[in-house]
Design a protein around this ligand. Sequence first.
Ligand code: PLP
Length: 379
Amino acid sequence: MDYHATTPLDPRVLNEMLPFLKGKFGNASSIDHPYGAVAHDAVERARERVARLIHAKPEEVIFTSGATEADNLALIGAAINYRGKGRHIITCTTEHKAILDTCKYLEQFGWKVSYIPVNKLGEIDLEKLNDAICPETVLISVMFANNEIGTIGPIREIGNIAKAKGVLFHTDAAQAVGHIPVDVEEMRIDIMSMSAHKINGPKGIGALYVRRHDPRVVLSSLIHGGGQERNLRSGTQNVPGIVGMGSALEVARKSLDREATLFMSWTSRMKSAFNAISGAEQNGHPTNKLPHNLNMYFPKVESKALIQAVNKEVAISAGSACTSQEVEPSHVILALGYPAERAHSSVRFGVGRFNTVDEVKFVIECINKAISHIRKIGV
Ligand SMILES: Cc1ncc(COP(=O)(O)O)c(C=O)c1O
């Protein structure tokens, strides 16, 4: 139930990857002999598959080591390349650390960052976003869907605002691609980060969509060397990973509608059951959210105690895996305007392809029992 942190590799994806971990070991840049040519063709096929899912052109997809690297490349790459226009970036308070920490990094070098607040449901304030745009603004970066509370952003609206003002628009879609429809053309997205392991693909592979026409986006690269990935990401390509990402997104493209309906029915079932627990409330938007996400506040139940009480049977988390080592309460729940107490008593559920309805029923039972116990002994 912690599928927002990561997901298991789909066996169909593994099968497509295996030849590239065995005999088909060529370097995708060594196209003068069959070993390299086979690897090159596989990389290009994967690029086409990724592009197809998001309505992009294959040449607009740049493979990276994951969404974190894609976020860094988007923000730092745009900041450096467009510094002549200005040094101002706009983002949102509920972003993933891969965005927030990259913004903090840029601030050290003189860039100004506006952090736009959200309301209680996690929706960004579009008026404040509009007002924050100034002649020095080079980039707006707002996530597609939140990794803790699942709220889906007004991506099309932000795309329109950015376009009207002549500002680039980046979105971190690590939790959205493959789970909900994403269309870079219709939504006027200029740059977009993706990750394979959130959608039953392998870890350590992701991609950045970089628009090539209307406008043609140019980013400075962060990694220099052999000039792979259109000079934007040097280094020998991770062929098995890239093949896995292409395969995972192709599987997702075919199963997206069916799975979204199924996962929504599971999270709705869990929500109804948990709502019967005294004081419980959902965090995030009740309907405009990722179908596989449910974030619940259980008053007087420390999330740490609840997670530990069930962790032999059920894997859940208090929030982002990248920050769950910290004692700090979730910055996302705090950004919704709630006190630290709510952030310390909220847990995230994420269902996925290899869960079953019986597991969903079991989780409801487990959580109910654990909460009664915790409240009785007063943890
Ligand atoms: C919204 C968001 N952005 C970025 C990342 C980082 O992705 P990756 O693990 O591919 O670097 C994650 C994963 O936790 C995420 O949820």
